[in-house]
Design a protein around this ligand. Structure first.
Ligand SMILES: CC(C)(COP(=O)(O)OP(=O)(O)OC[C@H]1O[C@@H](n2cnc3c(N)ncnc32)[C@H](O)[C@@H]1OP(=O)(O)O)[C@@H](O)C(=O)NCCC(=O)NCCS
Length: 167
């Protein structure tokens, strides 16, 4: 699943997601990205027709605070999946004891910045990167079935959840 999504990211998307040019994941990155335990590292996968096309993560970095990271494969970008994934992650955060999120974003990553600013994230420049932080709050209009997300989030502790196919 990790490889299927990574392989379907363009070099530009990989650069935006991992902040470095990568032709493949390193061993240590693979170890970190698969260390999903449903609490300190929460991951949700978006699938279309049974194929993984998006991954969103919440990784706790301090009490009540999580780093948020997400990616949508290039073939399905621009169709609202990123928005749905972010709504899913914020919903999960709100029932997981996470009240603040943070993110590191390249200044050139317009789509990600649009998404994160829309949920109230404020950024400061640090070493050429944008470091953002925001309280966890849900957008007024939901784009996913939040009740279903909450049910899955609360029933899933050791496994990553599965985002409903919204494309
Ligand atoms: C960032 C990312 C997850 C967004 O996913 P997506 O499915 O394309 O997102 P959406 O379709 O919901 O669109 C998100 C925003 O980008 C805008 N957008 C979409 N396609 C666009 C395009 N071709 N040009 C400019 N803006 C575009 C949308 O209008 C939307 O903004 P809005 O809500 O103000 O209208 C995706 O582009 C991606 O995976 N990028 C590479 C990895 C990455 O950058 N991850 C984030 C860093 S942690």
């Amino acid at each position: 699943m990790l490889d299927a999504v990574f392989d379907a990211l363009s070099p530009a998307s990989r650069y935006h997601r991992y902040l470095t040019g990568l032709s493949q994941l390193t061993g240590s990155m693979r170890t970190a990205l698969t260390a999903v335990d449903g609490h300190s590292h929460i991951a949700w996968v978006g699938e279309i027709d049974g194929h993984p096309v998006a991954i969103g993560r919440l990784i706790r970095v301090a009490p009540g605070t999580a780093e948020i990271a997400f990616e949508v494969v290039d073939a399905h970008q621009g169709r609202g999946l990123g928005t749905a994934l972010l709504d899913t992650l914020m919903t999960v955060a709100s029932v997981s004891g996470i009240d603040r999120i943070q993110a590191t974003v390249l200044p050139s990553n317009d789509r990600s910045l649009r998404l994160l600013r829309a949920i109230g994230m404020a950024f400061r420049v640090e070493d050429g990167l944008l470091e953002g932080t925001a309280p966890v709050r849900l957008r007024e209009t939901s784009v996913v079935d939040r009740a279903a997300v909450v049910r899955l989030a609360l029933s899933t502790h050791a496994e990553s959840g599965c985002m409903a196919d919204s494309a």
